[in-house]
Write a protein that binds this ligand. Structure first.
Ligand SMILES: *Cc1c(COP(=O)(O)O)cnc(C)c1O
Length: 366
């Protein structure tokens, strides 16, 4: 098998998803499976659907197209507001898109009219994390304008917290979203299908016994794939945190002085060189780099310590584990390392299900 490779255990993803879908269903909350970290990989999307997610969400229209081409029987939702330059592609491939700007909604309306389709929108509301969203006070005026847009239907409202500012979903901001759902419905005179409270950072709130109010959906990515909640990155009890493992190969192994010599300026990435102790160390060079992975999000096996990385090389102190040229080293990954490894065409993706490997050497990137 080729290296470097990301081994993807589809059974573990299935188990994580089914577990969270069931726990949330007991609270009246459906799950939108978010596939952006895996570039909309149809094999993974189909596992999420089998495990019970009610729809698929992705932030990139390219990934939504990948899902479209796979002809999965699922509602597809673009969860980032569309670029004006992409509205035709959005209408052609997504059933619903998340929106915050009237210009974009007008353009989606025009694009939908051109192809005689109806496009659904979810209005994203800013509740303090200061990434995307309509300010609650501006909701009334944007609703008036949207009601004039032909071929656009308002499917729901949503908010997104814990991303840019780390604002935690709690009883206060979730109650505000519920109350806004009521007031939007009063204005429209119809019921909203979706009231989406947030992402994997909402799990503690949703499963903690709080009053969930009008919230009937969460959009989950990281918790399904890596088994962690994202407020404190704690493993969720009972879930697998190792559905993805990265395997890379040693190309040099030597004992070298632990201190560099010569005049010290800056490194390839403009950082200060790592500070190391005196003496010698067993160091191994592994053929994977920053172009392929965020090395700060790699968890090496016990006894091995990551010293640094450049574009194409990862340097580790192999301690007493004496790595030899040709050895394969297995790492666990965090979300950041996962996203970059999925996106690198140099990292092969190997899907495994019920001990039968489904080799997908090139998940093509469009
Ligand atoms: C990425 C994303 C999600 C999923 O977040 P996770 O932390 O992976 O669960 C949900 N909503 C939006 C808008 C996103 O961009």
């Amino acid at each position: 098998m080729r290296t470097p490779r990301l081994e993807i255990d589809l059974d573990k993803i299935y188990f994580n998803t089914q577990t969270l879908v069931k726990r949330l269903a007991a609270r009246g909350i459906s799950v939108m499976g978010v596939t952006k970290a895996v570039l909309g990989a149809p094999e993974i999307a189909s596992v999420l659907l089998k495990a019970g997610v009610s729809s698929l969400g992705d932030s990139r229209v390219e990934n939504i197209k990948t899902l479209s081409r796979a002809k999965l029987d699922a509602q597809k939702i673009l969860i980032r507001t569309p670029m004006l330059s992409q509205v035709d592609e959005v209408v052609a491939n997504a059933d619903i898109s998340f929106n915050t700007e009237i210009e974009v909604i007008n353009a989606l309306s025009a694009a939908s009219l051109r192809v005689d389709k109806t496009h659904g929108i979810v209005l994203v509301i800013e509740l303090g994390d200061l990434r995307e969203g309509i300010m609650p006070n501006d909701l009334g005026s944007i609703l008036t304008k949207i009601r004039r847009c032909k071929n656009i239907t308002i499917q729901g409202i949503a908010t997104n917290l814990a991303c840019l500012s780390g604002v935690a979903p709690d009883a206060t901001n979730m109650a505000e979203l519920s109350q806004l759902a009521n007031s939007v419905e009063a204005t429209l005179g119809s019921r909203l299908r979706i009231v989406s409270g947030g992402n994997s950072a909402n799990l503690q709130w949703a499963l903690g016994g709080a009053n969930i109010g009008r919230i009937n959906n969460l959009r989950l990515g990281e918790s399904l794939l890596l088994g962690r909640e994202t407020l404190h990155r704690k493993a969720i009890t009972g879930l697998h945190i190792d559905a993805f493992t990265l395997i890379a190969e040693v190309i040099e192994s030597k004992t070298k002085p632990s201190q560099p010599w010569g005049v010290i300026a800056q490194t390839a990435f403009g950082e200060k060189p790592p500070s190391t102790s005196a003496g010698h160390q067993s160091q191994a060079l592994i053929a994977i780099g920053r172009q392929d992975v965020d090395h700060s999000g790699l968890y090496p096996p016990p006894g091995i310590e990551i010293l640094g990385a450049s574009s194409d090389h990862l340097l580790v102190d192999s301690g007493d584990s004496s790595l030899a040229v040709g050895d394969k080293v297995k790492f666990n990954v965090n979300y950041s390392a996962l996203v970059r490894a999925m996106t690198s065409p140099f990292v092969h993706k190997v899907m495994k299900q019920k001990s039968t490997p489904i080799d997908k050497p090139s998940l093509s990137i469009k």
